[in-house]
Ligand binder design. Structure first.
Ligand SMILES: [Zn+2]
Length: 114
């Protein structure tokens, strides 16, 4: 699978994930977060590991905001059902919650990075 084909499959699965999250987390607003990050900009500001799948358009952050409390859902475990669903969509899909503290991060990994 070449990079563009992988991005295509990834993005289609992101659409499924967003819908799934909206259907299953009724107490939350499912909102958009980081998708693509510009490697050069991140290099200039001294941020990022340089190996993030966000640089390759193969990772997305999908935070949720509690509808009543209006607070960002920061507990990774809250995202675990979404992570399990995400990983069921493709064998290369990885969930950030498998690294403690990054539950709203979903990626498709060509090489095991999350
Ligand atoms: Zn991320």
């Amino acid at each position: 699978m070449n990079r563009n084909e992988m991005q295509h499959v990834f993005f289609g699965n992101v659409a499924r994930l967003i819908r799934w999250m909206q259907d299953h987390y009724s107490d939350y607003w499912v909102v958009g977060g980081d998708l693509w990050r510009d490697r050069e900009v991140y290099k200039q500001i001294g941020k990022g590991s340089g190996v993030s799948l966000h640089f390759d358009r193969l990772a997305i952050d999908i935070p949720m905001v509690h509808r009543e409390k209006k607070t960002l859902a920061a507990d990774s475990e809250l995202y675990r059902p979404a992570g399990t669903y995400w990983k069921s969509l493709h064998p290369l899909n990885r969930w950030g919650g498998d690294i403690p503290g990054d539950g709203n991060h979903f990626s498709m990994s060509p090489d095991g990075r999350i």
